[in-house]
Design a protein around this ligand. Structure first.
Ligand code: ADP
Length: 470
């Protein structure tokens, strides 16, 4: 693990990281104990004053070097992501590019943090606002984007002048450890970024959050864990950013360009094997085109080559672990029992590794598990709808609100639907919303705060107001 610029073993032993393509152990990594948690927070706290007061340009240039180094190591990082997480090499290369862009974007934002000067309404004084870094921040990240979910938090935190403790997911700690080393090479001073690994996350995260020196938590993961961390953060009134689960509707209206809709669906559904919180979870297609859409999507999904993640020819790798495959299989089986019909896939292959095949379900009842719960796998349930009103009603009938997709040739219609979707992000005639220059985040139980865009850095800054008379 990386603490205060030094590599160290874990005081609680080690744990194994598996290769999802075979289920076999790839490596053993340190399990952080209480001493390591305290040392990492102490290091971040000691490094804070000088990093927070470093010239913004200096922080920007470190981030810019991190961008260059990440791209220079694209192949190595992509291979490691594929190996420990199971996405195809093509997807992993895409992830490295996306992850690197957060360093570039926030190197540009680091030098544009402003304050304000206003005149008080009564005219007696001026209202001067300053922005300063919140302080030591804990970053807890998921396994589905082992690199990008870290850089999406780390880059704005560093740009703002915060120091951090990163706790990557237990399934994919290797990429985060390599990133720690890369950042040191880029010139991040010792203690500014610390990386702790563990397979007992509740224990470690609880310890770090209880430490008085920690001021902020940024979390990406399940809504269930997010809720429990919000409760813990309340005890110390910590600032929080939360990127939680999604259940994205993908709406295809009858005037849509079906070729474009199927292309978009392949990206929205199949990127990273469907293991993305923005993944299209429910396809609501106007009845006139529903059959044709489902057939074309099934043909495209059937053509995907499945295999070990790091095989260059693989287009759909394994899921990350056994628990995920079981969850997907259960949702599909229960949905079929509820009346859904299998157009493609639908059953687990025998053999080693955590594979689940590309699957298309039709005639899916709106209350089937695949339409209500986050699938997080390569399963596309298609529901035929009468019109845009019904599509909207079904799309909004959920407690989550992260992303949605709408396909229509009529831009006014598309914008009308977009405005009424209860989500934080809409892809309008586009199957990909993620962009470091755009505010990523959800409404309802999908989260709090935004990552990326002009908004992202503000999650790591607080405002101080000085009443000024002159
Ligand atoms: P998923 O269900 O997709 O694996 P999780 O929410 O379980 O998502 O995991 C996201 C991150 O939260 C990971 O880094 C994981 O180690 C961490 N985590 C899981 N459970 C807890 C917990 N009880 N307390 C703190 N962190 C947790």
């Amino acid at each position: 693990m990386l603490v205060a610029g030094q590599w160290r073993a874990g005081s609680a032993g080690t744990f194994g990281v598996a290769d999802p393509s075979t289920g076999r152990e790839l490596a053993r990594v340190p399990r952080a104990g209480a001493d390591d948690a305290a040392a990492a927070v102490a290091a971040a706290s000691a490094a804070l004053p000088s990093w927070a007061s470093a010239a913004p340009r200096e922080r920007a240039e470190v981030l810019r070097r991190a961008f260059d180094l990440t791209l220079a190591r694209r192949e190595q990082l992509a291979f490691l992501i594929s190996l420990e997480m199971g996405k195809s090499l093509a997807d992993a290369r895409g992830e490295v590019g996306y992850a690197a862009e957060f360093f570039r974007w926030f190197s540009e934002e680091a030098v544009r943090v402003g304050g304000e000067l206003r005149t008080a309404p009564a005219g007696a004084h001026r209202i001067l606002t300053l922005r300063r870094p919140i302080g030591v921040t804990l970053l807890v990240t998921p396994w589905n984007f082992p690199l990008a979910m870290v850089t999406r938090k780390l880059a704005p935190a560093l740009a703002a002048g915060c120091t951090v403790v990163v706790k990557p997911a237990e399934d994919t700690p290797l990429t985060a450890l390599v990133l720690g080393g890369l950042l040191a090479e880029a010139g991040v001073p010792p203690g500014v970024v610390n990386v702790l690994t563990t397979d007992r996350p509740a224990e470690l995260v609880g310890r770090v959050l209880a430490d008085d020196r920690v001021r902020k938590l940024s979390f990406t993961g399940s809504t269930q864990v997010g809720r429990s961390l919000l409760r813990q953060a309340a005890d110390r009134v910590l600032g929080v950013s939360m990127e939680l689960g999604g259940n994205a509707p993908f709406i295809v209206l009858d005037d849509a360009d079906l070729d474009a809709a199927v292309d978009g669906a392949m990206v929205a559904k199949m990127r990273s094997g469907g293991q993305a919180c923005t993944a299209a979870n429910r396809f609501f297609v106007q009845a006139a085109v529903a059959g044709e859409f489902a057939d074309r999507l099934a043909a495209r999904m059937a053509a995907l080559r499945t295999g070990p993640a790091t095989d260059e020819r693989t287009e759909l790798g394994p899921m990350v672990n056994e628990r995920q495959v079981e969850g997907i299989a259960r949702r599909v089986e229960d949905s079929v029992a509820a009346g859904a019909k299998v157009l493609l896939g639908g059953s687990r292959p025998a053999g080693l590794g955590y594979y689940y095949p590309a699957t298309v379900l039709v005639d899916v009842p709106a209350d089937a598990p695949v339409a209500r719960e986050e699938i997080f796998g390569p399963v596309a349930p298609v529901v035929a709808v009468r019109d845009e009103t019904e599509a909207l009603a079904l799309a909004n009938d959920t407690e989550t609100g992260l992303a949605a997709y709408v396909y229509t040739a009529d831009l006014a219609r598309g914008l009308r639907v977009s405005e009424r979707l209860e989500v934080g992000m809409v892809g309008l005639n586009r199957g990909l919303v993620s962009d470091p220059a755009a505010p990523f985040g959800g409404v309802k139980q999908s989260g709090l705060g935004r990552e990326g865009g002009f908004e992202g850095i503000h999650e790591y800054l607080e405002t101080v107001y000085v009443a000024t008379a002159w």
